[in-house]
Design a protein around this ligand. Sequence first.
Ligand SMILES: [Fe+2]
Length: 247
Amino acid sequence: MRLAAIADTHGNHLALEAVLADIAALGVDLTVNLGDHLSSPLEAAKTADILLANDMVSIRGNHDRWILEKTQQEMGMSDRWAHDQLSAVHKAWLADLPATRLVEDRIFLCHGTPADDNTYWLERVLPDGTMAMNAIAEIERLAADTDCPLLLCAHSHTPRAVRLGDGRLVVNPGSVGCPGYEDPTPPTPHVMQAGTPDASYALLEEVGGRWAVSFRQVPYDNRAMAAIAAERGHAAWASALSTGWIR
Ligand SMILES: [Fe+2]
């Protein structure tokens, strides 16, 4: 079986189109989408239209949940921008997405960890506000209740694969549409930077009962998306979209 895993599109319709074209050229049996589909100062409605028109197995991320659950006053900038662009059809689609999903009894999908869409699984935040790989004991503890050979997660926007001691594989495909962000949330405000503006996703292939992963970094017209963010007054978004760094 050959699988594409995409995540954290964040309203970036041009990055999504580039990734879907790359997937179509390579050929897969199934595409799964791990959530945070729309939140950003970009093009939530155009992105939702593409997602609704394409056949994939999707779950929701923390931002998808916040778009529906929070009041306008409680929402952050990205969630509010997306919320205000979406139609009733888009919101109904979001509302139907589950937090986790099991595919063919052996592939587990979640956004953050199996238990929480707003916790990093493979990374931890350091006191200086950067992010590093999580300790293996903690990664394995968070996998304890999920007995699948392939575990897919997202949320940190950081492409990474971790092979657990028992042979299971945890994969984060990175972010399709948001290659850097500042998270001001206490207790430790932090920054994520992919180092490249390209759209990230993962290809997974089952070989002899084990899963092999390759990460794809797809160039697209990122300057056009950076220009939209800049025009709407969001300098950090514009910087991340144009360079992969928050400068
Ligand atoms: Fe995200």
